[in-house]
Design a binder for this molecule. Structure first.
Ligand SMILES: [Zn+2]
Length: 375
């Protein structure tokens, strides 16, 4: 099933740029800095342990986030991470990627929100230039044994990468508005929306409402991290705002869940591994994906922080298949439906619908006709 999920053309709508960094890259950047005379923030052994492959504890995940904060102090490190993240998602056959990141002003490192955004966009553009062309990718796919070999990556002319700018919950209304204004200014270079994220215990909704309304007025998509902790009053106000999408929504009481389902069907970005690893949800089968999916509510599988949580979008589809007993056809439908919720505009949606529909018989045709859909 995992290889079938790899072959599936996928849409990723909730991926934090910095959390998607390869752990090996964190190690390489810190080692380079150490050779240049900078002190390591952890011991050599700790660095090896935290960045090693395999299952990571929640404490290790938080240490990784701390290290990411330490390494993202230069524009070159930020661009390098963005380029690698684009290549990694393409490698996983993601055909449409919305990355999100919080523009940071760190004057001690000569970094403004604007220079941070520029570095991210340069990195994305570099990553796209480094991908193979469609013809080369097709040749590689044809050369490989279709049943066993991993599929070719999404080539440069197939994957589209867009950027969302996140407002950190620590930011006041002026800082939030600055981020929204920058998002509007960078629309021509692929910024398509705004997100609200950060420590869910910090700040209050009234701080960002005006900035988020300005984002909407500027034609940007709006998505909110919601219900990451039990906070029914805030979640109710978020639902009232009618954002274009919501992330997580792990903690909804019955009346909020009913309101969400009765809403104009605000799509949910659901991140299975992230929610289970951070203990927002006890297990995969108990994840609220099941309830929302069964109710026909629009849901999109996403990775959240693929580097830190050691996942990929293909893995998330494979986990959903196992936990919720979804056959390949249902996974294809899930990916196909995700197209409708992208912030990249109608033309992009038409392109993606065409691409998905063209690939459907290649993915499923033979299996479905034989009545042999895998569970
Ligand atoms: Zn998130």
């Amino acid at each position: 099933m995992f290889l079938a999920c790899r072959r599936l053309p996928k849409v990723e709508l909730h991926a934090h740029l910095n959390g998607s960094v390869r752990p090996q890259t964190i190690r390489k950047i810190l080692e380079e800095r150490s050779r240049a005379g900078e002190a390591l923030p952890v011991t050599e052994q700790q660095l090896q342990d935290i960045t090693a492959c395999g299952d990571r504890s929640l404490a290790d995940c938080f240490r990784l986030f701390d290290l990411i904060h330490v390494i993202t102090t230069t524009h070159s490190a930020i661009a390098r991470i963005a380029a690698e993240v684009v290549r990694d998602f393409a490698e996983d056959r993601v055909v449409y990627l919305e990355l999100r990141t919080t523009p940071k002003a760190r004057p001690e490192y000569d970094m403004t929100k604007q220079s941070y955004i520029e570095a991210v966009l340069e990195g994305i553009e570099l990553g796209l230039r480094q991908l193979p062309a469609a013809a080369d990718a097709t040749a590689a796919a044809n050369a490989a044994n279709a049943d066993e070999a991993p599929p070719a990556p999404a080539p440069a002319d197939i994957i589209a990468v867009k950027l969302l700018l996140s407002i950190d919950r620590r930011e006041d209304s002026a800082a939030a508005l600055e981020t929204v204004q920058l998002a509007a200014r960078y629309k021509a270079r692929g910024v398509v929306g705004v997100d609200l994220s950060g420590n869910p215990y910090v700040g209050s909704w009234g701080q960002w409402r005006e900035a988020l309304a300005a984002a909407r007025a500027a034609g940007l998509g709006v998505t909110l991290h919601a219900g990451e902790v039990y906070s029914p009053a805030e979640t109710a106000r978020m639902l009232e705002f009618r954002p274009d999408r919501l992330g997580h929504c792990c903690y909804l009481d019955d009346s909020l869940a009913a309101e969400l389902r009765a809403s104009v069907a605000i799509p949910l970005e659901l991140c299975l591994t992230s929610n289970v690893l951070t203990q927002s949800v006890t297990s995969y089968p108990e994840h609220h994906f099941a309830e929302m999916y069964a109710a026909g509510h629009p849901v999109v599988l996403c990775t959240d922080d693929s580097g830190v949580f050691g996942t990929t979008l293909s893995k998330e589809y494979a986990i959903a298949a196992a936990a919720f007993k979804l056959p390949l056809g249902a996974l294809w439908e899930l990916a196909r439906r995700s197209v409708e919720f992208v912030f990249g505009g109608e033309e992009e949606k038409r392109r993606l619908r065409g691409l998905m529909d063209r690939e459907r018989p290649l993915m499923l045709g033979a299996k479905i006709e034989r009545g042999n859909d895998e569970a």
